[in-house]
Design a binder for this molecule. Structure first.
Ligand code: P6P
Length: 351
């Protein structure tokens, strides 16, 4: 008998297999499906660009809409946030959700859907990261993280979200680029699913992503160099010295200024991504947000054999103190992250 052609593995089938393997329960599986469906809708909106009237700033002329971060909101920021809110309003899998675009978290009871059961999970997301790139047609993405709602908490408030990254049950991002690709972990490896637009399904394209331990490629915004702390100055100077310096090899640099796109490159071919403390963001604790950017990316990277650090400690062990807390970020190829952390530890020992 000739072997049947292996049918592509859809996200749905993958999640059912993960459920059968005991890696997640039915409610969590359905929550991931809801988020993935929302990402498909966001992908369509992003793909329309100027044709969909979705480019540019949110709000009215002269009265731009600003989010809790103090950043001007793009129309697509608001659209993506609304899509994720609406998708989860009726699902019954959540106890609450939190978004980069909302000042505070929202318990599911605020959604006013009669008889909606309270789920066990807290969903955190950056609905459209890198949105400053939208108007110039550069890849952007959605980042999400799932925590368990603490036992006995009927109506979760911000403090119930303040769990270290090691408590995450699920993390993922969806990058809206030449392909729309969902990268997901439920705690058993990191896997990539590419959207087949003809059938409208995410199809498994890479099972068990492995990030190379070593790299010769770094991603940082070099225009901040004069604002960095001494260990970051020393680290990057040695990368730039290449073969002539202590690292003994030449390095390449990439910076897309869209975290999801930069991280996806690292998932694909290795590298180190960094947004360190600098004199401009030091007072705020950093540029990137811990709960819905750094922690989900850290979970995904660690599950792919990489590492994620604040420069002085494991990212996922940071005890959060605020829903929109910011942190310095080093993530990617494990050997290179360890090298960067080594510069920080050497500096701290010497001072
Ligand atoms: P800069 C996008 O605004 C973002 O939050 C990340 O996606 C990205 O890595 C970073 O900020 C880019 O920051 O200072 O280079 O514009």
């Amino acid at each position: 008998m000739t072997a049947r052609p292996s049918t592509p593995c859809s996200l749905t089938r993958f999640l059912i297999e993960e459920q059968r393997a005991g890696h997640l329960g039915p409610d969590l599986r359905l929550l991931v499906e809801v988020v993935a469906r929302a990402c498909k809708s966001i992908s369509i909106a992003v793909g329309k660009g100027a044709l969909g009237g979705v480019l540019g700033e949110a709000g009215s002329p002269g009265a731009a809409s600003v989010n809790v971060q103090g950043e001007a909101q793009k129309k697509l920021d608001v659209i993506a946030n609304d899509v994720l809110m609406e998708a989860n309003a009726w699902g019954g899998h959540l106890a609450g959700l939190a978004s980069e675009e909302m000042d505070h978290s929202q318990p599911i009871t605020d959604f006013g859907v009669d008889g909606l059961p309270r789920g066990d999970y807290l969903l955190l997301f950056d609905p459209l990261d890198g949105s400053s790139n939208i108007d110039v047609n550069v890849s952007v993405g959605t980042i999400f993280s799932v925590l368990r709602c603490p036992e006995g908490v009927a109506v979760p408030a911000d403090e119930h979200y303040l769990q270290p990254g090691t408590e995450q049950l699920v993390a993922g991002y969806c990058v809206y680029g030449p392909q729309t690709t969902l990268v997901l972990t439920v705690g058993h490896g990191t896997h990539a699913f590419t959207l087949d637009r003809e059938i409208g399904s995410f199809i498994l394209t890479t099972r068990n992503i492995r990030i190379p331990e070593q790299t010769a490629e770094f991603a940082v915004n070099m225009s901040n160099q004069r604002h960095w702390q001494p260990p970051m100055q020393a680290y990057i100077n040695d990368l730039l010295a290449g073969k002539t310096g202590p690292r003994g090899k030449d390095f390449n640099m990439r910076w897309i200024a869209s975290m999801v796109a930069d991280v996806h490159r690292i998932m694909t071919r290795g590298g180190i991504f960094s947004y360190p403390l600098d004199a401009k963001c030091e007072a705020k604790g950093g540029k990137l947000r811990l709960m819905y950017e750094a922690n989900p990316m850290a979970f995904l990277v660690e599950q792919a054999g990489g590492a994620a650090s604040t420069g002085r400690g494991r990212m996922m062990e940071v005890q959060p103190t605020g829903l929109h807390q910011r942190v310095p970020v080093f993530l990617g190829s494990k050997g290179e992250v360890e090298a960067a952390v080594g510069y920080h530890h050497a500096h701290d020992r010497a001072t």
